[in-house]
Design a protein around this ligand. Sequence first.
Ligand SMILES: [Zn+2]
Length: 252
Amino acid sequence: MEATEKALVLRVGRFREADAWVRLLTPSHGVFTAFAFGGLRSRRRFLGCLDPLNLVLFSITSDKRGAYQRLTEGTLLNGFQALKRNKALVGQAVNCIKFIEAIEPGADDGRIAFGLLVDLLETLADQQPEGDLFPLLFRARLIFTMGFTPDFLSCSRCGAVLNGVGKVLFSVESGQVTCSACKSDNKAVDGLARPVTVGALRALDWIMRSSPAQWSGVGMSADVRSQIFELIEFFVAYHLGLQWEGRNYKKV
Ligand SMILES: [Zn+2]
């Protein structure tokens, strides 16, 4: 790799006296680790860059054998200072970063993940939203737009637009929905299927089409919220083999 690229700093660690490793998310390479040799001493080359939740323009180069990536210099583009002064907002941002680190978007999904995370940090900094819904909305928006975008509004069998108060079935494997008429015809639904209300599916559809700038002030009933939380957990466990355990995702 020989590139100058915008990157979000996810985590920074020290090794030896003055060297740092940096976990990064970039649009074209997704999540990866690079080294900033002398980075903790060289104020000139990395002025204010090597902190989590920074948007930085980095010069990145591979070592001679291509075994690791090296940061040669950086220019801080946005430190999201208004966000970092608010502990509750930092907590929500860190929660979203843990999700990104767990699912590790690669080159294919890097652009989606990077764009969404930049939008999220800008919105948290500019709008200082109340409440704590952003991590849930972020997870839903990211996981259901990476790879494929489910149709949450119509039945995958008969094509009917979903309505009513009863529960329908969401296939965690295929991301397809089966209406209550079709689900009672006893044909098996692919993979793990979860009962879910049409209201929760409408909320998911809106989340998929929205951007973080539209999320401030969004309300959600406790029931819809817990259904969406559960669907994301099943989806991530099924497709990525990851389970949320207290404070981090673990391979299951
Ligand atoms: Zn149907």
